[in-house]
Design a protein around this ligand. Sequence first.
Ligand SMILES: [Zn+2]
Length: 134
Amino acid sequence: MPTESSGLDLAYDASSAPFFEGAAQGRLVLQRCGACETWMWPVKYRCVHCFAADVEWRPASGRATLYSLSVVHQQYPGFPHPYVIATVETDEGVRFNTTLVGDDVENMAIGSALMAEFDADEQPFTLPRFRRIP
Ligand SMILES: [Zn+2]
C-alpha cells in the first residue's frame, strides 16, 4: 500500500511467491486444500479445516464481499492520508486485509460486491485491491 518510499524493507519469500506472482500477472491466486477444497490465505502449510498437507495454489475468482473497513487518519510516511484498510471475504470464503479503490471508499457499505484489481507497476510488488461492482 505504500505510495512512495516508506523506508520499509518489504519483501516476500518462496512460500508466498505464487500469491505475489499471480498478482503481478493480474490474477488473485490463493491456496486450496486438495482434500476438502477449503481455500486459504495467508500462507498455510496445512489445511485450516482438515489439517491435510495437500495444499495447492489455485486461481480464485477475484470476486469478494466487503466484510469490514477502517479509515486510518494517522499519517504515516509513504501512505496516502487518510487511507482505508478493508477486510474482504472472497467468494471462495477467504477473509484477508486489503484496501479499496474507487470513489468514496470511506463510506462503502458493508456487504458491497467487490472485484480484485491489480496495478502491475506497483512497487515493491503488486497487491490486490478491491473495487465495488454493481
Ligand atoms: Zn482440507
